[in-house]
Structure formats: structure tokens, C-alpha cells
Design a protein. Structure first.
Lengths: 266, 273
């Protein structure tokens, strides 16, 4: 299930409004969703963020892949929930607010992961490269980052086939206690690591053969040119973010107010 | 009881690709069967159904009397040893000996049985000299043999091989063919997926011809590999001997055979007349 998280990093071609948006506008949107998610522990606000993401995802027509990301994020969210719960429990005991905060922390992680999924699902690797280059990140680093993103789904597939091969050798990955299951991952992770190293050497050789890094003044086939739609979209996103920041300053947290009025916050 | 029964099996991947479409066949114990077909024809999907890694979307697969839907992969793996196409990329232990012992430990064999079986499998696959070496430093052919040794060690009745000749030179292919024949002689049911027509022609097995997830032909090697029409439909080139005889139609040679000797005799006779 966790492997489906990587599905959300794979570009899905499309001709939607979101696909055509300037990647910088999409990156800014993802970043602002991330910041907002970290500013609030209010489930109503986080749900609104998730809804806004969902609207964009529907417009882009990639809801299937996005849902896979959400599903893949569940194990991570569960870990966050458990860790937060035990940490808070020692301070506040087992109360409603302990549960609530643990849930909110896990929930916003899902929102954060899915916001980047929106960016990666609708932006080509070339556009990601151009975006990062425009942000004055050296091309070598950009290339390394984009390659990592590009190879992540491939690695997820490879991991699945290694798991299949080890299961065919009688390894029962889903049996046993937590520690036993972690130990059982060694036969999966070692070959995966070996394959990753082998692939990275091969990729490095292939890049050298193609004269990677020979010219300092690299040119690009495509240039990013923002249109009126991009500016309008960015303006709406910034306006919404400003509202969110102002609301935070005035401590507008609907869920907390509701729970407070019900006397659940102690 | 047959070793393998596929009853109207269809399988659709999560991506929506229909890999198998109403596939039915039966494989008896001790048979040597090769699945042939173009890329994406469903060969590997069939092999993955044998040990329950994939369960049919429709229909049922029965292995040695067990419906795969009612058994775990580990239970089926005890009966079906599947050697993956890139099995050598799954090694993780520090020595060849430990790599072979891994599956036996998973199946819960006692230490002395593990030791005995590991020794036997390494000797059988002529790898005993490398027992203490790292599996990562073996040559391509040795890695393939190690992958087979791993499976043979736990003694499954059915051996499934996915493209065993990929990346092998002619000598290694010959050795692989020898091993396959030996296993078959010992009564094992061997099921293989292969593109390699020359290798398959040499083994003379029963062939199940696949195209786009459907069975296009099923018969002995001579019958299937000389049927130019069916081979073309499945994007398979005929073995060289069949192609050569085909080009000699002007000599009114009508015989179709996989035997080079029989073909040569036929040609000489025609020319002599």
C-alpha cells in the first residue's frame, strides 16, 4: 500500500488548465498549502485545504493517481498519529485534545504530501527542471533531483518485483510482529540498494557519453513564459493565503471553537 | 491429478491492462511446456499465477489439486519453484551457500536438512566451488544457475522458469538446456516462458502459443514451430531450420521439421534426384 505513495510522483499527461499552468504557479500553490497546513491544527481548515486540492485535481483529471497518494500516505499518517499521541499523552494524559491533536497532525501530513502530488502529477520533468533552474539552482543539482523524482516510480516497481521474488522463496512479509517484519525487509532492501547503485553508475556513464556538463551556458528547448491565466491564478492563490494568515493572526480556528464551546477541550 | 489446470482464467492488472483473456489449459505431471508469444502476450502473468503471486480476476488456477485462491504464496511456492527473469538481481546474502539456504529456512527445514539440500543443489548446478563466494561476483551464467539452484534446493514438483536464456551465451544456453532436460527426466514438471526459438526447438517440448493474453496454439514443438501462419500472428520468427526449408520450396521440399539432420537429408535427397 505504501508503494502507491510514489504513484503520485509520476507525471500524468493531460491538457487540462492545471497542466497548462506555469509550473512556478503550481509550485507556489503547493508551498502555500504546505505552509498553511503547518500553521493550523484545525481540522476544518485542513479539510478546506484538502477540498481545494481536490478541486484542482479534478480539473486536472488525475484524481485516481491522487487518491493512490492519499492511500499510500496512510501508513505514514498512522505513524505520525501514534508518535504524537504517545508524546502528548505524557503531557496531557488521554484526553479528547490528545486524540484531536494527534489526528490533526496526521491529517495535515496527508494534505502536505498530496499537495506535492498535485505538482508532480501535472508537471513534466522538463518543466520541473526549468522551474528549479529559474530559481537559480545549479543544473547539476536540478538534474539529480529530477532524476530522483523520475526514478522513484521505477524503484517502487522494482521493489514490488523484488518482494514478489522473495515471496516466491517462501518469505512471508506480512506475517510476524513489528520487529520481525522490519527484519524481513532486509532481503528486499539489500537487492534494491544494489540495483540503485548499479543504475546510478549506468546513468552517470550514459550522461558522460552524452557530454553532460561540457558547456557552462546550457540552453533549453522550452522556455517558461507566464500568461495572463498564470498571473490570475497566482493572484487568487496569494489572496487566499493572505486571508488564511490574517485568520491565523486573529486565531480563527473553527473546529477548536466548536469543540471548546462543547467543553471538550478541558 | 494434473499438475496445473487453468480454467477460463482472465487477469486484469490494476492499470486496466487485460493480460489474460479466457485462458484454459492443463499440464500433466512430468511435462515440459514452453509458453511462447510476443512481449505482453501474458507469459509472465501465467507464471506468476502458478505460485499465487497473482490470483485470477476470473476463472481459477488449480495447482496439484489446490485452488490458488485458497492458498498463500508461501504454501504454493513449496509446490512451484519460480525462477524470475532477473532473479539474479534479488540476491542479498553474503555467500552463495547462504543465498541457497535462505528459502529452505523460510520453509522451516531443520539445520541438517538445510545443509544437505544446499550441498546437493550447489553440486547439481555445478556451483559447489563458489559456495563461499559472494553471489554478486558470479558471472551472468553462474548467477542464472544459482537462481535455479535456490529453487531446486527445496524440491518443488513444478519448476517455472521465466526467460532462462536472456543474457546467456551459446555455451550457457546449452548448459541450461541440459539442466532443463535433466530436471524433466527426473520427473519434474517444467514450465518455461521463452522467446528463444532455437533454444525451444532444441528442447522439443509442448508449446503453448500466446498472443495478447489468448491461447493461439497448443501442441508439440514440431507442430507449433512449423506453423508459419500462427507464428506470424504471435510475432515469432520460426527456427532457422524451418525458415531455410521454407525458402527451399522451389525444390518442392514440403517437409517441415525441427531436426537439422532430417532437413539436411531431405535437401540432399531432393537435389540428388
Amino acid at each position: 500500500m505504501a508503494l502507491s505513495l510514489f504513484e503520485g510522483l509520476r507525471f500524468k499527461p493531460g491538457k487540462s488548465f492545471v497542466h497548462k499552468l506555469d509550473p512556478r504557479a503550481k509550485l507556489l500553490t503547493s508551498l502555500l498549502i504546505l505552509i498553511t497546513a503547518f500553521m493550523y491544527t484545525d481540522v476544518v481548515i485542513i479539510s478546506i485545504l484538502l477540498f481545494l486540492e481536490y478541486v484542482l485535481i479534478r480539473v486536472a483529471g488525475v484524481s485516481g493517481m491522487w487518491l493512490k497518494t492519499l492511500r499510500g500516505a496512510l501508513p505514514l499518517a498512522t505513524i505520525i498519529f501514534v508518535i504524537t499521541f504517545f508524546t502528548r499523552m505524557t503531557d496531557k494524559g488521554i484526553t479528547f485534545i490528545t486524540f484531536y491533536e494527534s489526528f490533526a497532525f496526521a491529517y495535515r501530513l496527508v494534505v502536505f504530501l498530496s499537495s506535492f502530488s498535485l505538482f508532480f502529477l501535472t508537471t513534466t520533468p522538463e518543466e520541473i527542471t526549468l522551474t528549479l533552474t529559474k530559481l537559480r539552482i545549479p543544473y547539476q543539482y536540478t538534474f539529480a533531483f529530477v532524476s530522483a523524482i523520475r526514478f522513484t516510480p521505477v524503484l517502487a516497481e522494482e521493489m514490488q518485483s523484488i518482494m514478489d521474488a522473495q515471496r516466491a522463496r517462501g518469505l512471508e512479509l506480512d506475517k510476524g510482529g513489528f520487529l520481525q517484519r522490519i527484519r524481513k525487509m532486509i532481503p528486499v532492501l539489500v537487492p534494491l540498494l544494489v540495483n540503485v547503485l548499479r543504475r546510478s553508475y549506468e546513468l552517470a556513464e550514459a550522461m558522460e557519453v552524452k557530454c553532460f556538463g561540457v558547456s557552462k551556458n546550457r540552453t533549453y528547448l522550452k522556455e517558461l513564459r507566464p500568461t495572463g491565466k498564470d498571473y490570475a491564478f497566482t493572484a487568487v492563490v496569494i489572496a487566499l493565503f493572505t486571508i488564511v494568515v490574517v485568520a491565523r493572526i486573529f486565531y480563527i480556528q473553527p473546529a477548536l471553537h466548536i469543540f471548546g464551546s462543547l467543553g471538550l477541550l478541558g | 491429478m494434473p499438475a496445473v489446470e487453468f480454467e477460463h482464467v482472465s487477469y486484469q492488472y490494476k492499470s486496466g491492462v487485460k493480460a489474460l483473456d479466457d485462458v484454459s489449459f492443463t499440464i500433466e505431471r512430468g511435462e515440459l511446456v514452453v509458453l511462447m508469444g510476443e512481449n505482453g502476450s501474458g507469459k509472465t502473468t501465467i507464471l506468476k499465477h502458478l505460485n499465487g503471486l497473482l490470483k485470477p480476476t476470473e476463472g481459477r488456477v488449480v495447482i496439484d489439486g489446490t485452488d490458488t485462491r485458497t492458498a498463500t504464496v508461501a504454501q504454493l511456492a513449496a509446490k512451484v519453484g519460480l525462477v524470475f527473469q532477473n532473479a539474479e538481481e534479488m540476491f542479498f546474502e553474503s555467500t552463495v551457500r547462504e543465498e541457497v539456504a535462505f528459502a529452505l529456512k523460510n520453509f522451516g527445514y531443520s539445520e541438517d536438512v538445510v545443509k544437505r539440500r544446499v550441498e546437493w543443489a550447489l553440486r547439481f548446478m555445478e556451483l559447489d566451488a563458489y559456495a563461499e563466494n559472494s553471489p554478486f561476483i558470479l558471472s551472468g551464467g553462474e548467477k542464472k544457475r544459482l537462481a535455479l539452484a535456490i529453487v531446486l534446493a527445496w524440491g518443488p514438483e513444478i519448476i517455472a522458469l521465466d526467460e532462462p536464456t536472456i543474457g546467456q551465451d551459446s555455451l550457457q544456453k546449452e548448459k541450461m538446456a541440459e539442466m532443463v532436460r535433466l530436471l524433466n527426466t527426473q520427473g519434474k514438471t517444467v514450465i518455461m516462458a521463452s522467446h528463444d526459438v532455437e533454444f525451444v526447438a532444441d528442447l522439443s517440448p509442448r508449446i503453448i502459443l500466446l498472443s495478447r493474453g489468448k491461447v493461439m496454439g497448443d501442441g508439440d514443438a514440431e507442430e507449433v514451430l512449423t506453423d508459419m501462419e500462427k507464428l506470424a500472428k504471435c510475432s515469432i520468427l520460426p527456427p532457422q531450420v524451418v525458415a531455410t526449408l521454407n525458402r527451399l520450396q522451389d525444390l518442392s521440399i514440403t517437409r517441415r521439421t525441427l531436426s537439422v539432420e532430417a532437413a539436411a537429408r531431405e535437401v540432399v535427397e531432393k537435389i540428388w534426384r
